[in-house]
Design a protein around this ligand. Structure first.
Ligand SMILES: [Zn+2]
Ligand SMILES: [Zn+2]
Length: 141
């Protein structure tokens, strides 16, 4: 595989992730990347995602029994996540709006370099409390 091809695949995966706020899985990313680079395999998409995660460009969200979801790290935009237990939707939570976490309870001498929070719960749509929000098609309640 040529360097140029790898660069184009990498760029295509980044563009797909940058355009999405849905925290997609690799299969969805693959389907989107194929719109630009039709010959790209799912394996290539996985390898490209792995490299992007290693480079700190993309972060993963992992949940037991579910496909890993991917998130593009936007510069200067630190965020946490709120995860719906019912439909698995993942919402961004602006880290600047979340009060600072007290480091109490950490092992003595442990140096915190980053904080990642996940709020688990039920989204408004699944809770049936969406203000004027109709359940989207295919959304099972
Ligand atoms: Zn939900
Ligand atoms: Zn996110």
């Amino acid at each position: 595989m040529t360097m140029l091809r790898q660069t184009r695949q990498r760029q295509a995966v980044i563009e797909v992730l940058r355009a999405s706020r849905a925290h997609p899985d690799a299969a969805w990313i693959h389907s989107q990347v194929r719109g630009v680079l039709p010959s790209v395999s799912l394996g290539t998409v996985y390898r490209t995602l792995d490299a992007l995660v290693r480079d700190g460009v993309v972060v993963t969200l992992e949940r037991a029994g579910q496909a890993t979801r991917y998130d593009y790290k936007r510069a200067g935009e630190d965020h946490h996540h709120a995860v719906c237990r019912t439909c698995s939707a993942i919402f961004d939570v602006d880290a600047a709006l979340v009060p600072a976490i007290s480091p109490a309870g950490l092992p003595p001498g442990f140096q915190v370099t980053a904080v990642r929070l996940e709020f688990m719960g039920v989204c408004p749509e699944c809770a049936g409390m969406g203000q004027g929000v109709k359940p989207s098609e295919g959304h099972t309640i």
